[in-house]
Structures are given as structure tokens and as C-alpha cells.
Design a protein around this ligand. Structure first.
Ligand SMILES: Nc1ncnc2c1ncn2[C@@H]1O[C@H](COP(=O)(O)OP(=O)(O)OP(=O)(O)O)[C@@H](O)[C@H]1O
Ligand SMILES: [Mg+2]
Length: 354
């Protein structure tokens, strides 16, 4: 009965516009019990008939909005308030050490520091920040370091913010939050807030590498390699169509020796980058151990991938399960399990309920 009066007030929508399509999740938050229930999820692909690289170039803001509007209607999503994510390659994240100042003076101090870390003019970006001093850091810090503070600095180009606002408006939604995708990723994939671990999200076009410790972001880097590159390499090397190569990649993955051999160099590039990020973190935090690697994104489902990373890095590796934080109807549990970690960002966005 209560459904009749369900106005969508306690519901949130998370929208992840990726290269291959849009993932949407709607959640219902129970303010008393803190239970979060999955009310719906939708995935729409961008013009599936086009080769992946073409899709990404040709999809316009209006087309995204049209698809999104249709998906919200079809999914009977009730919430109007929605959160969107900005792709890693459209944003800048830096970890800045600067002279310690009072909270109210941070904006001023950062504005003069920020330009050193952001490759575009400050006039063109929206800035955000978070102070991230770790208590255990202070124990080993010397007196000079006590006068310094560590700040996570974020910048998103203003035209990107405008684009997302317009997409929301055109689709009849209100944009409540716009987050750089690192944050929803760590929100949906952090189960143990004491742990130090690495998240590797491999989508179609980009790898997003994050270091998380004590539930906060401590390192971030993205590289322009994604699952579509795997397909491209396979298609070219064995001279088959893109579709056939995609099938081979999804059905057999690295369990097929030829696939594993052909993808070795590109996987090697990802491993090198992971090692670099881990070593930067370890140098700055010698008293911390990276305990595991969590895979996310569509490519995380690739057969043999987690085992390969374990073999190469000696780090416990698993595919993240962002659905674990939600109450999911028994009926749709098997369907949700198939989606694996491709909804990590959409779920993380919708988990933020403020
Ligand atoms: N079972 C599978 N095995 C291997 N690759 C897979 C599998 N399922 C999906 N993929 C790949 O995952 C990729 C899509 O992942 P995802 O949905 O995370 O990308 P995206 O968010 O659209 O892209 P990006 O984040 O790079 O913009 C595609 O390259 C697809 O081929
Ligand atoms: Mg993605």
C-alpha cells in the first residue's frame, strides 16, 4: 500500500555516463534503519551498431539526454534528484602539501597554490578540496612538517559542469551532486574502512587507479587504456571483426592462451602503472601496507584477469561487489550478480544521500 504514497522523497538516482553507455541506479534510503534498497537499475548502450571508438566521438549531449529521459521513464524511476559523475579524464586530482593555515583561510591559500598543480587556467575550473592529514603521519613527521598540511585538490572544468547541468535539465532531472568518479567508486567499493587497498576500474577507454586508506582517497591516476583497446588488439592481431574479437574477449578472456599472449604488452602497461602508483604511496607512507587490489568496471569481469594481477603483483585481487551495500530483492539477485562491478560508479553516486 505504501507504494501509492511513495513520492520518491527518500530515493536517489546515480547516473554514470561512460564511453559505452549509461548506467543508472535508483536507491531508496530508510532514514531510520539506514537500510538502502535497490529499487531499480537500467543500462543503456550508445548506438551499439557503431564501433566503440566511433560511438564515443559521435554521441552528443542531446542524444545522451534523450536516452537518459527514455531510461528514467522506462525504469519508472521516481526520484527527481540525481547525481552524476565526471569521468577521471575530464577532471584533475592532486595531493598537495602546503603551509598549514586555518580552515577559513584554505580557499585563499589554495587558490594561490592550485595553479602549480592544474594544467589549465584556474578561471576555467571549479575547485574543490579536502584536508587529508593522517594522524599516524604526524607521529613520524618532523617539526618542519608540522607546519605543513596535506590537501586533496580537485578541479573540474566549468564547461564540463555546464554540460552535465544541461544534460540533467534536458532529461527532466535535477542535478543534486556532480562528483569526480573516484569518490563514488570508493564509496561503493570500500567495505572495510580500516584497510589500505587499490581500486582499479577498467572501463571501455580508461583505467582509473585509486589508493584508498581508512576510507579516504590517498592516490589517484588514470591512463588511457581500456577494454576496447583489448578488443582492438585482438581484432587486428588475429584479423577478425571487432564483434568477433569482443566475443572472444568476453567468452574466453585470458583463459585462452592466444588472447593472454596478445594482451600481455597492454596488460603490462597497466601493471607498470599500478606498480608506480603503489610505490609513490609506499614512499610517502612507509608505515602502511597495501593489502589488496579490487577490480571494477566492465572489464573486471574478464576471465582470468584477477588471477593474472595476483600473479604479477602478489596482491590479493578480487572483483569488487558494489551491490553488497544494498538490499536487493531475491528475484533480481542473479541478474545483478551478472552485472558484476560495472555499476560501481552509479551505485556509489546514489549511495550519497544528502
Ligand atoms: N565479461 C567481460 N570480459 C571482458 N571484458 C568485458 C566483459 N564485460 C564487459 N567487458 C568490457 O568492459 C568494457 C565496458 O566497461 P564499462 O561499462 O565499465 O565502461 P564505460 O564505463 O562505458 O567506459 P569508460 O569508463 O572507459 O568511459 C568494454 O570494453 C567491454 O568490452
Ligand atoms: Mg566507466
Amino acid at each position: 500500500m505504501w507504494g501509492l504514497f511513495d513520492s520518491g522523497k527518500d530515493r536517489t538516482i546515480g547516473i554514470d555516463i561512460g564511453t559505452s553507455g549509461i548506467k543508472i541506479v535508483e536507491l531508496q534510503h530508510n532514514p531510520k534503519t539506514k537500510e538502502v534498497r535497490l529499487t531499480n537499475y537500467v543500462m543503456v548502450g550508445f548506438r551499439e551498431s557503431l564501433p566503440q571508438r566511433e560511438r564515443e566521438k559521435r554521441i552528443t549531449k542531446d542524444e545522451v539526454a534523450k536516452l537518459l529521459k527514455a531510461a528514467v521513464k522506462e525504469g519508472k524511476l521516481k526520484a527527481k534528484n540525481s547525481s552524476f559523475s565526471v569521468p577521471a579524464f575530464s577532471s584533475f586530482i592532486s595531493f598537495v602539501t602546503m603551509p598549514r593555515v586555518k580552515k577559513e583561510d584554505i580557499r585563499q591559500a589554495l587558490t594561490s597554490e592550485a595553479q602549480k598543480f592544474i594544467p589549465v587556467s584556474l578561471e576555467e575550473v571549479v575547485l574543490g578540496w579536502e584536508v587529508i592529514d593522517e594522524p599516524e603521519q604526524k607521529e613520524i613527521a618532523n617539526i618542519r612538517d608540522q607546519n605543513k598540511m596535506k590537501v586533496l585538490l580537485l578541479a573540474v572544468p566549468k564547461d564540463i559542469v555546464t554540460k552535465y547541468k544541461e544534460i540533467a535539465e534536458l532529461s527532466g532531472l535535477q542535478m543534486q551532486n556532480l562528483e569526480v568518479e573516484a569518490f563514488p567508486l570508493l564509496r561503493s567499493l570500500t567495505l572495510n574502512y580500516q584497510k589500505t587497498f587499490v581500486i582499479l576500474d577498467i572501463g571501455s577507454r580508461v583505467c582509473n587507479i585509486l589508493v584508498v586508506s581508512g576510507g579516504s582517497l590517498r592516490g589517484a591516476r588514470n591512463i588511457g587504456i581500456g577494454g576496447d583497446d583489448f578488443t582492438d588488439i585482438l581484432a587486428r592481431s588475429i584479423n577478425v571483426s571487432y564483434e568477433r574479437a569482443e566475443e572472444l574477449k568476453k567468452n574466453e578472456g585470458l583463459l585462452n592462451k592466444q588472447v593472454a599472449e596478445l594482451l600481455k604488452p597492454v596488460l603490462g602497461n597497466i601493471i607498470d602503472e599500478l606498480k608506480r602508483v603503489i610505490s609513490v604511496y609506499k614512499n610517502k607512507n612507509p608505515n602502511k601496507e597495501i593489502e589488496e587490489l579490487i577490480l571494477s568496471g566492465g572489464t573486471a569481469s574478464m576471465k582470468g584477469l584477477a588471477e593474472m594481477f595476483y600473479g604479477q603483483l602478489g596482491l590479493n585481487t578480487s572483483v569488487g561487489d558494489p551491490w553488497k551495500k544494498l538490499t536487493v530483492d531475491e528475484k533480481i539477485k542473479p541478474l545483478v550478480a551478472q552485472k558484476g562491478a560495472s555499476f560501481s560508479i552509479a551505485i556509489g553516486l546514489a549511495l550519497k544521500n544528502e
